[in-house]
Design a protein around this ligand. Structure first.
Ligand code: NA7
Length: 418
């Protein structure tokens, strides 16, 4: 069995190293902050004092460090890998770095008859722990093939993307989508919270609908539970987006979404959220909207009161004033005010009742009681029923602004809970 080395026992590196040990690989580890390696020693790993020492002993070395500079330090720095380099060594870098840095390291290793694969991963801490990372790999295809068994231990998929640097390109494009997606989720969740919606219920809609994403699945509940423990930090997300911006400006490719997402994470970093999970950036939105996204109190989950009411067929019976308009002839109409009650509200319409006979296609302006603090709403009569001496009118509401609808639903909920 090959001797494996591992450099960088951070959030991602540590569980990856653990999985190599669990699969029986002889493992030697190095971490800049040495005590972090001790738990692995207890599991059977050897500890190297320097990357140079590791290079002298291992057949394959994984590196998984913070950024470009960290990789350059462990390779070219004092006591770095280059000081122990020997022909036949393969270095697999899983850090997210710029393709230029990947190429620079690959060229230096090649000059010493050693190989290099840029092999960044997708999947944060939970996937690293479960051994379900996805590797995107750049480098020589035959080197990739040779190392496939190692990728299979650590991940669920490994794709060879092309020449050296291709893995890094793929990762930066991938994380551009992640960053934009995460910000989109936070923005939507903030909007829903500001409108007074239950965040759990809203997230249920998101994950069941067209807005679902891995970010919604991974970060939605973390946001609601205010669990900002690190899976993928704000600082590292920002680092990736800044690297991606360098790429897009090099390509002269406009990337407005990337810029917007970068700014949000930049603000998160300025707020001191760099070491926390990227979902912690929700706190910026909370500050802007002056409201926290919090779990609904126990008992609040389940069907909305409107659903319960409909299930029990209870009429709302809220008193209304209706202004009714009818076209008389081209360019003029007659209007009158009548009394009515609100019976129901559905997705697209409203059911009102009145003792006054009205006709199909009439327009009704519905005025709510002053306490409702709602603007008048216009509906067109599309259905008429007669029941117990009262007419029931189904009115189509077109162009009802979402905010007004939410306010109306809140008002109805209040009335039914009285
Ligand atoms: P972490 O948890 O921040 O871990 C970073 C690791 O990199 C950690 O072991 C650090 O050692 C090490 N590091 C950082 N700078 C250096 C230098 N200059 N020299 C040697 N070692 C260094 O990051 P993650 O595990 O979440 O992510 C790792 C990479 O994967 C990153 O590129 C992500 O974007 C994707 P320390 O313990 O601080 O001494």
């Amino acid at each position: 069995m090959k001797n494996i080395g591992f450099i960088g026992l951070g959030t991602m590196g540590m569980p990856m190293a653990v999985n190599l040990l669990k699969n029986g690989y002889p493992l030697t580890v190095y971490n800049r902050t040495a005590p972090k390696a001790e738990s692995l020693q207890a599991m059977g790993a050897s500890i190297a004092k320097t990357p140079a020492q590791l290079a002298k002993e291992a057949d394959v070395i994984f590196t998984n460090v913070s950024n470009d500079q960290a990789l350059l330090d462990v390779v070219f720095g004092k006591d770095g890998l280059m000081e122990g380099i020997r022909p036949g060594l393969t270095v697999i870098d899983c850090s997210t770095v710029s393709p230029d840095t990947s190429r620079k390291v690959a060229a230096e290793l090649e000059a010493h008859a050693a190989d290099f694969l840029d092999a960044p991963v997708t999947g944060s801490k939970p996937a690293a722990e479960a051994g379900t990372l996805v590797f995107m790999v750049g480098g020589k295809p035959e080197v990739f093939e040779e190392q496939l068994p190692l990728f299979e231990v650590l991940g669920s998929k490994a794709l060879h993307m092309g020449v050296t640097g291709s893995g890094s390109y793929a990762k930066l494009a991938h994380n551009t989508i992640v960053g934009i997606n995460a910000v989109g989720l936070m923005e939507g969740m903030s909007m829903a919270a500001k409108a007074g919606l239950d965040p759990n219920q809203f997230l249920e809609i998101v994950t069941a609908g067209g807005a679902n994403s891995r970010q919604a699945e991974l970060k939605g509940m973390k946001i609601i539970n205010r669990d900002f423990s690190n899976q993928f930090s704000t600082a590292l997300m920002l680092k990736d987006l800044l690297l991606a911006q360098k790429l897009t400006s090099g390509f002269q490719l406009p990337a407005p979404m990337l810029q917007a997402a970068t700014s949000v994470f930049q603000m998160g970093l300025s707020k001191g959220l760099g070491d926390q999970d990227l979902s912690s950036v929700i706190q910026c939105y909370e500050e802007w909207m002056n409201k926290k996204i919090v779990k609904a109190p126990p008992g609040a989950a389940g069907p909305k009161s409107s659903d319960r009411r409909r299930a029990n067929r209870i009429s709302l019976g809220i008193k209304l004033l209706l202004s009714v308009y009818q076209w008389e002839q081209e360019g003029s109409f007659s209007g009158q005010n009548i009394e009515g009650v609100l019976h129901d509200l559905s997705e697209s319409g409203i059911q009102i009742g009145s003792r006054f006979p009205l006709s199909l296609d009439m327009f009704v302006v519905i005025h709510f009681p002053r306490e409702a603090n709602l603007p008048p709403i216009t509906g067109k009569i599309i259905r008429i029923e007669s029941k117990e001496g009262e007419f029931r009118y189904g009115c189509m509401l077109s162009g009802l602004p979402p905010y007004t609808r939410i306010k109306l639903e809140e008002y109805i909920k209040l009335q039914t809970e009285k």
